[in-house]
Write a protein that binds this ligand. Sequence first.
Ligand SMILES: [Zn+2]
Length: 316
Amino acid sequence: MDVTFPFDFLRCIQDHPKRDSCLGVLAPVDDAFACEDCGFRYSLVGGVPVFRPERWQVTDSWFEEMYAGRSRIDELESPYLCDERRFMAAFADQRSLTGPCLEIGCGTGLFAETVPQYIGLEYALESLFAKGFESFTRLCGDARRLPLADSSMECVFSFNTLEHVPELERTFEEMDRVLKPGGMLVLKPAWHCTRYTTELIPVLPYRELKARQKATKALLPIIQSKLYKSLTWLPWRIQRRLTRRPNNPLRWGRLTPYHGEAWISDADATSSIDCHEGILYFISRGYVCHSHPTALRQLLAGHDIVVLEKPAGNRG
Ligand SMILES: [Zn+2]
């Protein structure tokens, strides 16, 4: 087998009686990777190892279809994620990152050149075959079970992805697990996705809405105002902050994603996460928040990029 990428950090994601996953070391065998502990074999499809847990396979192929036949080269020319790419390149430079750096939800790999030792993880296999992405390290897998060793990544980053991941607390645990002590975490999901968006309430005419949805539509100018958001979010955030404890559990909301023809930004979200809640999860585990260094900045966090640093030593 022609293994063009480093595989020493790869680990088995099968169920394990004592912990969340097997995490056995994987060794190349024929045209696959086999777990040295449980023997499970992970196939390589077009040079990409596939780690999607079978019981979590989504039945609809919406994301696969969306990514089919895409070109990374063409997409790099578009303004999409341009500022974010510049941010990551400057960040890697400032922090003198040497890698490996994991991107969760890499799509067609637009960030591949911004960090050293790039590893792109994506659920949709098709995206990893995008033209111009072939020479990079790509893994097809699920954010809820990262196929990587504990403390193996210097940086984990994710843009516009976590809102599509169900069981978010599992994903947060996994990001923490694979990060090295002193490692950096950069998160920018679509924070605060809403049910009224996934229900297309802003764009559907009143006649197509149920009574509850009609009321929401009528109130949208108020619901979407800064004042209303502050009045509803701020007391909740203060309460969450005052009652937090070490290793605070993550609170997030489940949404029913819309995967139809009409297009409205973030209607395809599966999860609603509050930016402050995400920060709280990590600072209650000893992380330092570089992007929002004070309690006030954290309480007022909006749709921001969040930068966190994992504690270097042992946590008590
Ligand atoms: Zn195994």
